[in-house]
Design a protein around this ligand. Structure first.
Ligand code: SAM
Length: 346
């Protein structure tokens, strides 16, 4: 198992870490040409790098331990053929120059125009990560997973899989065909893919505000049964109250303004059955790992993340409590964490 795991994960990580390396060198080169000081790494940067490497290794060890414990099967990341991978790399690298320009101009609202205004909430119509198209275009959806995997050095899926652990706890010993899971802000469907690898007959619903991302998710998950994907707002989930056994939200809480976060968590609580479980997975917060606090502070300036600063100091257990959810625990996974909440059983 160890060998099979390593033979799948290590080349994948090398591929995305290679992209990160090239991206950093390109950015350094451009900044030097623009007369910026690109001083060499400080001692503290090298210490953080060592810490990141150690935490990444701990994540892989945990991922493998979960597989060996039978919590989920040996994962297939399903990144696509070599041609697809190369094409996504091309899209990724091609956007870097535009990202750089947007960052310099602090241009964050290019996706707000006459054809989009009013069709999506105002907070949503931004060039998150300074990327072209924000969440709105086919190219953005095609590029998204490469961007995320590059940012996390090929461990994004491994981090997402850590959210399967608390779900496995509540699903244990139950007939998966009679349960249901709802993924809020499902994006291109990578987390739902892991869910379906673990529970192939589980009915799942993925919801996202982006038509392009939902189309991509439909293609990615087309061979999966009992999988429904809809364009909808997580602030008004189009399913009846008390109808889901598990609700998940992966890497979306930091994208939402504080008041919207509260509405979405209240909605998740509404649709959960008594005894159901909400799993929120997202970035670490301030104070979780003091070594990373500086990095968390710099992140939203480099990648346009307008609500990240409020996210890192948000009190999720308190928000959840007000909606009838009890905080169970948090588990750290590299630079993210899995927060678990239960709806009181009647
Ligand atoms: C950072 S991505 C995370 C996607 C995915 N969960 C993952 O694991 O990569 C954030 C996603 O949340 C979606 N989103 C943001 N606000 C939303 C809302 N109010 N309702 C539904 N989806 C939303 C975006 O369209 C985008 O696909």
């Amino acid at each position: 198992m160890r060998l099979a795991y390593a033979s799948r994960q290590l080349p994948r990580m090398a591929w995305y870490a290679g992209h990160l390396y090239v991206m950093r060198r390109l950015s350094e080169h451009i900044r030097q040409q623009e007369g910026e000081d690109t001083r060499s790494k400080s001692r503290s940067d090298s210490r953080i790098d060592r810490r990141l490497n150690a935490d990444m290794a701990a994540l892989l060890k945990q991922d493998l331990a979960n597989i060996e414990a039978g919590i989920y099967p040996l994962p297939a990341d399903r990144d696509g053929s070599l041609l697809t991978l190369l094409d996504r790399s091309r899209l990724f690298f091609r956007d870097l120059a535009e990202v750089h320009e947007r960052r310099k101009r602090k241009a964050t609202r290019e996706v707000l125009n006459d054809s989009t205004r009013g069709r999506r909430p105002d907070y949503y119509l931004q060039n998150f990560h300074f990327q072209s198209g924000g969440w709105l275009t086919e190219e953005s959806a095609e590029r998204y997973d490469t961007q995320v995997e590059v940012l996390f050095r090929g461990t994004a899926n491994a981090m997402r899989r850590q959210a399967l652990v608390p779900i496995a706890e509540v699903f244990a010993g139950r007939d998966q065909r009679k349960l249901s899971l709802l993924d809020l802000g499902c994006g291109t469907g990578r987390f739902l893919d892991s869910v379906k690898q673990a529970w192939p007959r589980l009915p799942v619903l993925g919801l996202d505000l982006s038509e392009a991302y939902i189309r991509h998710a439909r293609r990615h998950l087309e061979h999966r049964s009992r999988t429904n994907l809809v364009v909808a707002n997580a602030e008004a989930i189009p399913v009846p109250g008390e109808s889901c056994d598990a609700v998940t939200s992966i890497f979306i809480m930091h994208e939402l303004p504080p008041e919207v976060r509260r509405t979405v968590i209240a909605e998740a609580s509404r649709v959960l059955k008594p005894g159901g479980r909400l799993v929120l997975m997202d970035s670490l917060q301030q104070g979780d790992e003091p070594d990373y606090d500086g990095m968390l502070e710099r992140f939203p300036q480099y990648y346009h993340e307008p609500y990240y600063q409020s996210y890192v100091s948000e009190n999720f257990p308190a928000i959840a409590r007000r909606t009838g959810l009890t905080h169970r625990d948090d588990t750290k996974a590299f630079v993210s964490k899995v927060m678990v909440f239960d709806k009181t059983a009647d």
